[in-house]
Design a protein around this ligand. Structure first.
Ligand SMILES: Cc1cc2nc3c(=O)[nH]c(=O)nc-3n(C[C@H](O)[C@H](O)[C@H](O)COP(=O)(O)O)c2cc1C
Length: 199
């Protein structure tokens, strides 16, 4: 089959694109509101986009609480979503008022960060403390703003649970990093093969 997204002529019950661009890593973003309320939400339009400087990005469909908080406070934390935390990750996506915390909703414990104010998820084995760089309104091919807000942050601190480091390497398959697919699908990494690059 072939379809053109602008024509929405795929003929399928749901848009298949996110099942094709899958698995996508999940940025489980914790922030603090101006009033000090700890917010937590998963974003699968998320990735590491630069190394040295280490820069991550996530894309928000409109100005959700995470973006508002980051713009107000200048910082966020990307917690690693893992298989064992899948239910909590999913629950933290529930739309709740800005003055309520997803930490309370999920029962997750917040641990202090070292270099930024937003807390991290204590149960998550890895966390990236980030300082806000900028948020841009993504434009389409006609130059029109889309209202999809892409936030970039520089990683200034990295937490890794030592249990997941073996012979100096972080074992992704042991972490069972969680990813998003299409529809309501999740998957996780439990199988890794190493192949050195050709020289
Ligand atoms: C696994 C998962 C991934 C998600 N990815 C995104 C995303 O990339 N962009 C987005 O705008 N919403 C995404 N959502 C929905 C947000 O998590 C949801 O709207 C949430 O309430 C936003 O919270 P906030 O307002 O506290 O920032 C995702 C939801 C789930 C369950």
């Amino acid at each position: 089959m072939f379809y053109e997204p602008a024509r929405r002529n795929h003929g399928l019950p749901h848009n298949p694109l996110k099942a094709i661009v899958a698995p996508r890593p999940i940025g489980w973003i914790s922030t603090l509101s101006e009033d000090g309320v700890a917010n937590l939400a998963p974003y699968s339009f998320f990735n590491l986009v630069s190394e040295g400087p280490d820069i991550v990005m996530f894309s928000s469909d409109g100005q959700k609480h995470s973006v508002t908080n980051i713009m107000a406070t200048g910082a966020f934390v990307c917690n690693l979503a893992t298989r064992s935390l899948m239910e909590a990750v999913n629950l933290s996506s529930k739309p709740i008022p800005a003055d309520e915390s997803e930490f309370e909703l999920t029962g997750l414990t917040a641990a202090p960060s070292r270099l930024v104010k937003p807390p991290r998820v204590a149960a998550s084995p890895c966390a990236l403390e980030c300082v806000w760089i900028e948020t841009i309104d993504l434009r389409d091919r006609h130059g029109e703003n889309t209202g999809r807000l892409i936030t970039f942050g520089e990683v200034v601190g990295v937490h890794i649970d030592d249990d997941y480091i073996e012979n100096g390497l972080v074992r992704t398959e042991k972490l069972q990093s969680l990813a998003r697919g299409g529809y309501f699908d999740y998957s996780w990494v439990d199988n890794v093969r190493s192949l050195p690059r050709p020289t």
